[in-house]
Ligand binder design. Structure first.
Ligand code: ADP
Ligand code: MG
Length: 602
């Protein structure tokens, strides 16, 4: 008996569209067919468990067979199979209309590779690579087997088949444009991308290619540190062991399992994104989890497995999806809880890992309000002596000495301890503490702290406002008269003759530096920000400097008393160059002149 029919009478043929438009990700045909085989196997196992299927199930592994000579790829399962009637219902009707709906809905988005997952095309994705597809299947319910055949037109045939064992073979006759799939390595690559953790054993070329019980599906209480580290190594061979991890496990209000690893981060290396893999019931979906995972956690590694994240949708849809938002919030909360717990229970261990963790925490604080609230408790500030403080601890520490006249607590920081060494020594001499904020994100973090922590202000050690930091009662009185001060100022101005520099005289201690060159705090920050992208307006602004002359320094009176104009100029230029030298900004022609002048002065 041969039955012939039209898959679809009333509508246009979608096969050419499937073939043409899904070019970008042809690989997924194999994932679709294998996940159908997995479904059929798991359904059978469930029926057997509840007693609807009698007797032993026997071997249930799925086999992929490549026959280069015949030009075919076959996916074989020993699942529940289909009767001829079921083929008619599920393949000809349900699956076809599903595929048709999918293609019509996402035609344009597919072309731009905008669809996450591509689930929804199902069985008919076989026609992306095959000119003809056969299904040979025997249901567990009947003794008769059936064969369905379709050559990529809207007509099909169903006939009886001599097959006697339960299960389904899907045979693809690979079309001329898709010959690349008739290659062992190619198939192996696709399998290891999509099928590595499928829940039923998959055999290709005599080998089982998957791990059907990945640890993210197991209970955390049954797993050891070694298990987690081994799995990490399986996901990312050759990488350093992770710092720690979080095992995610929820059922309500959505279903989600996964493990997020915190990788070791090197201070100067941009951490890699796209390391989190998204799975749906152990089927690999994508490693581009943008929109599913909060932006700041894209730097983590690991897997997230959730059948509840909608997969056959476009990115723009995903952003607004309520379930995705919930997943996002859940993950953010879990990460914050874990860090909080580590900080409270093993602060020393936490501090030792802070060098790596700080990037995540700071990124999180800058980008997620909710996370920032929680992180206030476990975000650490490190000073240049390498001591760590929470924000509140630090506030208490520096409050007594570093409160300015507006009652704000001033956090002093350096973003380059080597270059700013002279300034650091200078402020430390006054008993102030200096934070080391030289990390990748610290410029943004400084802004964040200032806006979120009440009553503090941050100043870089080379900022111009530093001397006004604390209103001391006994200020040194100037040893110079008013006229002499004015004289000194004008002398410097005439010798520098550069509009980028403004000169100011100030009475400091006799052992304070003679010359201090600073830049406005505001300008500094804007410049650094513009280097990091954006705000190019500030980047184009010329640098300005403030030259502060200590009127109480012995050199001040020496300059004034010197009667030789040439030697006066030399002292002035020499002291300015020395100030620049200590900041590492003396370069090029200025440096050459300085060396020449120094030699002359000897
Ligand atoms: P979906 O998997 O989303 O249901 P598909 O187009 O992939 O959609 O498959 C359509 C239907 O065809 C399945 O729901 C199932 O009933 C049937 N089917 C496909 N492959 C098999 C198989 N290997 N064994 C048994 N039934 C299958
Ligand atoms: Mg399917």
């Amino acid at each position: 008996m041969i039955q012939q029919g039209n898959i679809s009478v009333s509508t246009e043929n979608i096969f050419p569209i499937i073939k043409k438009f899904l070019y970008s990700d042809h690989d997924i045909f194999l994932r679709e067919l294998i996940s159908n085989a997995v479904d059929a196997t798991q359904k059978l196992q469930t029926l057997s468990r509840i007693g609807d299927v009698k007797g032993e199930l026997g071997e249930t592994k799925i086999e992929i067979v490549l026959d280069e000579a015949a030009g075919t790829i076959t996916v074989k399962d020993k699942g529940l199979g289909m009767t001829a009637e079921e083929i008619n219902k599920y393949i000809n009707q349900v699956a076809f209309s599903g595929a048709k709906e999918f293609v019509e809905k996402y035609n344009d988005k597919l072309e731009q590779n905008q669809i996450i997952g591509h689930f929804g095309l199902g069985f008919y994705s076989a026609f992306m690579v095959a000119s003809k597809v056969e299904i040979i299947t025997k249901s567990f319910k009947t003794d008769e087997a059936a064969k369905w055949s379709c050559d990529g037109s809207t007509t099909y045939t169903i006939e009886e088949d001599p097959r006697t064992d339960r299960g389904t073979d899907i045979i693809l006759y690979i079309n001329d444009e898709s010959k690349e799939f008739l290659d062992k390595l190619k198939i192996q690559n696709i399998l290891s991308k999509f099928c590595k953790f499928l829940p039923v054993e998959i055999e290709f070329d005599g080998k089982i290619i998957n791990n059907p019980k990945p640890i993210w599906k197991q209970k955390p209480t049954e797993l050891t540190t070694e298990d987690y580290e081994k799995f990490y190594n399986e996901l990312y061979p050759f990488s350093e062991p992770p710092l720690f991890w979080i095992h995610l496990n929820v059922e309500v209000p959505f279903n989600l399992n996964g493990i997020l690893y915190f990788p070791k981060v090197k201070p100067d290396v941009e951490p890699q994104r796209n390391k989190i893999q998204l799975y749906s019931n152990q089927v690999f979906v994508t490693d581009d989890v943008k929109d599913v995972v909060p932006e700041f956690l894209m730097l983590l590694h690991g897997v997230i497995d959730s059948p509840d994240i909608p997969l056959n949708v476009s990115r723009s849809y995903l952003q607004g999806d309520a379930r995705v938002k919930q997943v996002n919030q859940y993950i953010t909360r879990k990460v914050a809880d874990k860090l909080d717990e580590m900080f409270r229970n093993e602060r020393e261990v936490y501090e030792n890992k802070w060098e790596s963790i700080n990037l995540f925490v700071k990124y999180g604080m800058i980008s997620e309000e909710k996370f920032a609230e929680k992180a206030r408790k476990f975000c650490l500030l490190t000073d240049i002596q390498d001591a760590n403080y929470t924000i509140d601890e630090y506030l208490e520490k520096v409050k007594p000495l570093q409160t300015d006249k507006d009652k704000k607590v001033v956090f002093l920081y350096t973003n380059d301890p080597t270059k700013q060494h002279a300034y650091i020594v200078n402020v430390e001499r006054r008993g102030y503490n200096v934070l080391n904020l030289n990390g990748m994100l610290d410029n943004h973090f400084v802004q964040h702290l200032e806006t979120k922590v009440e009553n503090i202000t941050l100043k870089r050690v080379d900022a111009d406002t530093l001397d006004k930091l604390v209103d001391k009662d006994e200020k040194p009185v100037s040893l110079l008269g008013e006229d002499e001060e004015k004289n000194l100022k004008e002398l410097f101005e005439s010798k520098i003759a550069n509009t980028a520099y403004s000169v100011e005289t100030k009475a400091l201690n006799t052992d304070d530096d003679f010359i201090t060159i600073t830049k406005p705090e505001f300008e500094q920050r804007m410049k650094t920000m513009s280097q990091m992208g954006g705000m190019s307006f500030y980047g184009a602004m010329p640098d300005t400097y403030k030259v502060q002359v200590n009127t109480n320094h012995p050199l001040a009176s020496r300059v004034l008393k010197d009667t030789d104009d040439d030697s006066k100029a030399k002292i002035i230029m020499q002291s300015i160059d020395l100030a620049k030298l200590s900041q590492g900004t003396l370069q090029g022609e200025e440096l050459t002149n300085f060396i020449k002048r120094s030699v002359e002065m000897i």
